[in-house]
Each structure stands twice: as structure tokens, then as C-alpha cells.
Design a binder for this molecule. Structure first.
Ligand SMILES: Cc1cc2nc3c(=O)[nH]c(=O)nc-3n(C[C@H](O)[C@H](O)[C@H](O)COP(=O)(O)OP(=O)(O)OC[C@H]3O[C@@H](n4cnc5c(N)ncnc54)[C@H](O)[C@@H]3O)c2cc1C
Length: 345
């Protein structure tokens, strides 16, 4: 039985994990994805400016720091695990069920599921899945990967247009393929496509992937134009699919213990990160309360608050807030190493 089970390993869940550890609680952290970081994993090379006290940094670096912090007190981590049910059995006693038919017992729960489970819409043609481990991508992890390459991007939303403009300076060529005659992305970005030499293929879609001799990589794609009915075969090095996302959040609708909701996507905060059920707290994008901004910074603030409330729920005599980290004995040994490192610089 853990003191707290945190569902969701994005910024909110990771900081809740750290703060609950700082408060001396035993923590279990669960996420359906194969890595921690939440939504930020969707835009790893974007630069983030608006987290207080942290200078502009690429997202992947902030994710790395958040994970280091979130795992500092060695929580039990369960990845690729979808929570399907939360049931309150009594005071300080909840059961969390997962899609692996595991049942975890916990004294309190922090829900940090953001906007739910987000997966890119897959390309529904033969062999698409096979090439996902080589040169078919749904998220751009590193722009440098596309240096000197022939790149085809399928999609016409903001992400597709942004990636096209970001990759163009490095790539040998970039083509943008989209089904309609108009794009959906911002007009300002559309204007930049031609300046960047990006070749546009309106009214078109990818209808076949042709592999190399070993069927390890896509070497050509077939594009069909719905206006002219013509098909052309194009050599490619990398294919990026940006057809939007499938988003689902069945947990909040179907859990045995039902929470009062603010709207279809957000739990109603009872003044702060307390939900309508004692012992269940929520933080980050999934909760709505009076002092809310949809920012990473706000997720951190919620998470500390949720961990403090969970601590008090399982130990009513505990202090309302954790002791500041700068004077907290819990970091004494780690601080010695950190000070030594700084002195050597
Ligand atoms: C394109 C884009 C750009 C952004 N840029 C900025 C920016 O510059 N600055 C800024 O401050 N904010 C930005 N944001 C917002 C920021 O990403 C979010 O506010 C932040 O990620 C919220 O964190 P979270 O932990 O609440 O949710 P998330 O990051 O969504 O994490 C939720 C986690 O819960 C997991 N999960 C969901 N359901 C389950 C389940 N049933 N079982 C197990 N796990 C589950 C998910 O897999 C996910 O890992 C941006 C958002 C987007 C989409």
C-alpha cells in the first residue's frame, strides 16, 4: 500500500512525485506512455521561455531535468500502464486498476492525466507500422536527423507547417502533402513555406509506401492526386505524418468513484486541487480551479499543493506545507556533492 499513487507522468505528475517524496511519502507513478514527460514529448525541440526562473531551453532538456527531479525519491514507476479504474474502499484506502489487470492499493490518489491519453493518428496504409522504427515518424524528435535528406510531410495543420519550415534549412528537399486544396495552419506560416523552397502537393495523399530490398526503410512513396487522378512515385529518405491526435480520457468518465467535473475534460477543483472525493486530488491541465493557467508553471504549483493535501489526508496532524528545500535536512547529503561540484567549476 503506497501513501500516494500518481496517475500521469507529465510535468504535474513528476513534480507531485518529487514533492510527495520531499514530504516523506511513498509514491507510485503510473503512465500509459513508454516514457515520462507527458505532452512535452510531442514538441521536444521547441524552446520554452515561460517557466519562472528557467532560461529559454529546449523542451527535451527541461523534460530530462523534470524526470531527474521526479525520480529523486525513487518512486515505483509503472510505464506503458493505463489506469482504467479508481475505487474508494474506505478512508485512506483506494484501489487502482490498470489495463494489465493489476490492482494497486493506495492511501491517496493524485490524478495528473492532463488532457488524457494522446496518440498521433496513425497512417492507415500497408506496412506503415513496420517503418515506424526506421524512417516513418509521427513526432519530430531531432531536426538534425533530417540534414541533407529528402523529406515528405503529410498534413496541413500548424504542426505540419511548423515542421516543414523548421526542417527546410537542413534538408535537401521538403514536400508537403495534403488532401484538400487549402491548408489549415496559420496563414503567416503558410506564407513562409514558399520562401523556404517547400514543394506543395495539394489534393494529394500518400497511398503506398515502397520499401528498400530488405523492407527496412521506405525508399519511395506513391502520391495520388484526387483532382487529376494521377499517381506519382517519389523517392524519400524520411516521411513525417502529422494528421492530428486521437485523444481519449475514459478514466474520468468510467471510474467507479465518480468526481464532480467542471466540463468534459476537467475535474472541478474544490477551491484548489481537492476534488469532490476526499483523498483524491488532481493537478495540472486536468483540473479547473480559480487560480488556473494552462502552463507548465501552473502544473508545478498545483502538484506541490496536491502533495501537501494528500499528506494531510493520510496524516491529519502533518504540517500544511513541506519545509523549504534550502534548509531541509532531507537534502543534506546530496547538497555536499552539489556544493563540491560547484566549487570545482
Ligand atoms: C504544442 C504545445 C505547446 C505548448 N507550449 C507550452 C509552453 O511553451 N509553455 C507552457 O508553460 N506550456 C506549454 N504547453 C502546455 C503544457 O504542455 C501543459 O500545460 C503541460 O504539459 C500540462 O502538464 P500535465 O502534467 O498536467 O499533463 P500532460 O503533460 O498532458 O501529462 C499527462 C500524462 O498523463 C498520462 N495519462 C493520461 N491518462 C492516463 C491514464 N488513464 N493512465 C495512465 N496515464 C495516463 C499521459 O500519457 C501523459 O503522460 C504546450 C502544450 C502544447 C500542446
Amino acid at each position: 500500500m503506497k501513501d500516494v499513487t500518481i496517475i500521469g507522468g507529465g510535468p504535474a505528475g513528476l513534480y507531485a512525485s518529487f514533492y510527495a517524496g520531499l514530504r516523506g511519502m511513498s509514491v507510485r507513478l503510473i503512465d500509459v506512455q513508454d516514457k515520462l514527460g507527458g505532452k512535452m514529448q510531442l514538441y521536444p525541440e521547441k524552446i520554452i521561455w515561460d517557466i519562472g526562473g528557467i532560461g529559454p531551453k529546449p523542451c527535451y532538456q527541461i523534460i530530462e531535468d523534470m524526470i531527474g527531479q521526479g525520480l529523486h525519491f525513487q518512486p515505483e514507476v509503472n510505464l506503458e500502464t493505463r489506469v482504467t479504474n479508481i475505487e474508494k474502499l474506505g478512508d485512506c484506502h483506494f484501489e487502482i486498476t490498470t489495463d494489465k489487470d493489476e490492482v494497486f492499493e493506495t492511501k491517496s490518489v493524485i490524478i495528473a492525466v492532463g488532457g488524457g491519453i494522446i496518440n498521433p493518428k496513425p497512417l492507415d496504409i500497408k506496412d506503415a507500422e513496420r517503418y515506424q522504427i526506421s524512417n516513418l515518424h509521427y513526432v519530430v524528435q531531432k531536426l538534425s536527423r533530417f540534414s541533407g535528406k529528402k523529406v515528405v510531410i503529410s498534413g496541413a495543420g500548424n504542426a505540419a507547417l511548423d515542421w516543414a519550415c523548421d526542417i527546410a534549412p537542413y534538408a535537401e528537399s521538403v514536400r508537403l502533402v495534403y488532401r484538400k486544396d487549402k491548408m489549415k495552419g496559420y496563414e503567416g506560416t503558410q506564407a513562409k513555406l514558399c520562401d523556404n523552397g517547400i514543394k506543395l502537393h495539394p489534393n494529394s495523399q500518400i497511398t503506398a509506401l515502397i520499401g528498400d530490398d530488405q523492407h527496412e526503410k521506405i525508399k519511395e512513396i506513391v502520391l495520388e492526386n484526387s483532382e487529376t487522378g494521377e499517381a506519382e512515385t517519389i523517392p524519400v529518405d524520411e516521411v513525417i505524418i502529422s494528421h492530428g491526435f486521437d485523444i481519449e480520457n475514459p478514466l474520468l468518465e468510467e471510474a467507479a468513484t465518480q468526481l464532480e467535473m467542471e466540463n468534459d475534460y476537467q475535474i472541478k477543483g474544490q477551491g484548489n486541487t481537492q476534488t469532490s472525493i476526499d483523498g483524491i486530488f488532481a493537478c495540472g491541465d486536468v483540473i479547473h480551479h480559480g487560480a488556473k493557467a494552462h502552463l507548465i508553471a501552473s502544473a508545478f504549483s498545483d502538484a506541490g499543493n496536491a502533495a501537501n493535501l494528500a499528506k494531510q489526508y493520510i496524516e491529519p496532524e502533518a504540517a500544511e506545507e513541506g519545509y523549504v528545500s534550502s534548509h531541509n535536512e532531507i537534502f543534506k547529503e546530496d547538497n555536499k556533492e552539489i556544493i563540491e561540484k560547484y566549487n570545482q567549476q
